[in-house]
Design a protein around this ligand. Structure first.
Ligand SMILES: Cc1cc2nc3c(=O)[nH]c(=O)nc-3n(C[C@H](O)[C@H](O)[C@H](O)COP(=O)(O)OP(=O)(O)OC[C@H]3O[C@@H](n4cnc5c(N)ncnc54)[C@H](O)[C@@H]3O)c2cc1C
Length: 397
């Protein structure tokens, strides 16, 4: 594709902004349309593994991400009440040596801000807020996007990076219902100074228990502790990341758990406990038309049980920028992108679902037996963390 063609992106989340930055660096003109009036992310943490970190490094952001976050020493899988370690993935400097980039936990708002700054440093006018994409139409020469105010924009291609409720996906793939996975996720972030020193942990911990699990890790150099608690609920409402729920409900959900978990919940501001029903979609065989494609949660929403949803969006963005740079014909470039992303992202969706069963086993002997049969470090290093979206050979199968 000639370098100066205009690419339209619906959505200014982590995926859309990473796509914008990689495309701008590759020489494209980019227009990002974000429905929110202010560019922002919620007050929660996110884990950045090496497969995503390599893209951030290529954007020149890895040092800033590292400085804003924490390099946890290890990733522990633990028993929910005793805290006994079932298995460990070493992180810290050893992980950096092995993978070339560190494993970082970072506040979402900090990561999002760094991406916004990067995009604006490349093109101050690239991101437009308060611009919801409502529909699109394409012809042999380009795509026309209609915004909520009725205005239209034209480009050579449209990337739907508009999340799990994607309007662009509806146009590309038709109605494909997102199904409730049976779990809802609590999230709280508390100042570490409210916790006993013993609970100001420098590790990422998955606490596995009957019918639920919790994930804890530090943020902002250790100043904050992040807790996500995923609980099986038969009934669900269409909650969002920003829907507060009664603190007492969260406390009751983790009654009898390890004192570190209950201490974090006890330290939370009572009106700052949020819960979100988790939904995913069956992987699909295609998410592109001629000049329109999807990335991130719009393409392959997943349970967060491998901490890989945003990482897949970032990988998608890097591979898409490469195929658009390599292939002058837009439909061929989008098809090449899709061929190179479908299997890997479907694997994440399916393995994340499998982790739900693993993390929620009904008793401790079953948990121990299941973890004894697996080596999470070897498995994840072999195919997940070692993938480099910036250089991986593009298969044209
Ligand atoms: C509890 C939990 C923990 C997680 N932890 C991790 C983790 O540790 N590591 C990890 O990699 N992933 C994690 N994830 C997954 C990750 O949060 C998502 O996969 C990621 O945010 C998806 O990014 P995205 O850019 O595709 O979509 P989104 O972040 O949903 O962004 C979509 C953007 O599009 C905008 N938008 C929507 N509709 C329109 C429209 N019509 N027009 C214009 N703009 C629109 C939205 O306002 C939003 O800004 C976690 C998820 C959950 C729920």
């Amino acid at each position: 594709m000639a370098g100066m063609e205009r690419i339209l992106i619906a959505g200014g989340g982590i995926g859309g902004l990473t796509a914008a930055a990689t495309l701008l660096l590759a020489g494209f003109e980019v227009a990002v349309f974000e429905q929110a009036s202010v560019l922002a992310e919620v007050g929660a943490g996110i884990q950045v593994s090496a497969n995503a970190g390599r893209v951030y490094r290529a954007l020149g952001l890895m040092e800033a991400i590292e400085a804003a976050g924490v390099l946890p020493d290890a990733y522990h899988f633990r028993v929910f009440d005793s805290g006994d370690v079932l298995q460990t993935i070493p992180l810290g400097e050893g992980y950096r040596e092995r993978h070339g980039v560190p494993y970082v936990t970072i506040h979402r708002a900090d990561l999002h801000r760094l991406l916004v700054e990067k995009v604006r440093s490349l093109d101050p006018a690239a991101v437009r807020t308060g611009c919801a994409v409502t529909s699109f139409a394409e012809d042999a020469h380009g795509v026309i996007v209609t915004l909520a105010d009725g205005s239209t924009e034209r480009g050579a291609a449209l990337i739907g990076a508009d999340g799990i409720k994607s309007v662009v996906r509806l146009g590309v793939a038709g109605p494909t219902a997102a199904s409730y996975t049976g779990d809802a996720a609590w999230r709280v972030t508390v100042p570490s100074e409210r916790l006993l020193p013993a609970y100001r942990s420098r590790t990422t911990d998955v606490w596995a228990g009957p019918g639920r699990h919790a994930v804890t890790y530090p943020l902002r150099g250790g100043a904050l502790m992040n807790l996500v608690g995923c609980v099986e609920y038969a009934a669900w409402e269409d909650e969002s990341w920003t829907t507060p729920r009664p603190w007492a409900e969260m406390r009751a959900d983790f009654e009898g758990w390890h004192p570190m978990i209950t201490a974090i919940i006890d330290a939370a501001d009572r009106d700052q406990c949020f819960r979100w029903a988790l939904r995913d979609r069956e992987p699909i065989g295609g998410w592109s038309t001629g000049r329109v494609t999807l990335l991130g949660d719009a393409a392959h929403p997943t349970l967060p049980y491998m901490a890989q949803g945003a990482a897949m969006a970032v990988e998608d963005a890097a591979v898409l920028a490469r195929t658009l740079s390599l292939e002058p014909d837009v439909p061929a470039a989008l098809a090449l992108y899709q061929r190179n992303r479908i299997d890997r992202t479907a694997r994440i969706v399916n393995e994340s679902r499998a982790n739900r069963a693993l993390f929620h086993l009904p008793d401790v002997p079953s948990l121990r037996a299941a973890f004894d049969r697996r080596d999470m470090n070897a498995e994840r290093s072999a195919w997940l963390f070692s993938y480099d979206p910036t250089t991986v050979e593009l298969l044209d199968a």
